[in-house]
Design a protein around this ligand. Structure first.
Ligand SMILES: [Zn+2]
Ligand SMILES: [Zn+2]
Length: 80
């Protein structure tokens, strides 16, 4: 058994559209890459792990290629 992110592993597509212009949003990758900027404010451990200390969510930055709108969205990890 392994916990994986359905987005990172291509099991699921984003299927999200930009609320500003209706373009399909693209995956900008996980925000693990961006933690440097947020780490003073976000407690990663309590936010993203369950009681067993396993990672519970994978947070991605998704963005609009048209108007550069971007949001962060957490996907629940799935067990394979
Ligand atoms: Zn992911
Ligand atoms: Zn847009």
């Amino acid at each position: 058994m392994e916990l994986i992110c359905p987005i990172c592993n291509g099991l699921q597509s984003l299927k999200a559209v930009c609320p500003q212009c209706g373009q399909l949003l693209l995956d900008g990758g996980t925000i693990e890459d961006y933690w440097g900027a947020y780490s003073p404010y976000v407690d990663k451990d309590t936010l993203h792990t369950n009681q067993y200390g396993e990672q519970k969510y994978c947070v991605h930055l998704i963005y609009c290629p048209e108007c550069y709108y971007d949001i962060r969205k957490a996907w629940e990890m799935v067990i394979i």
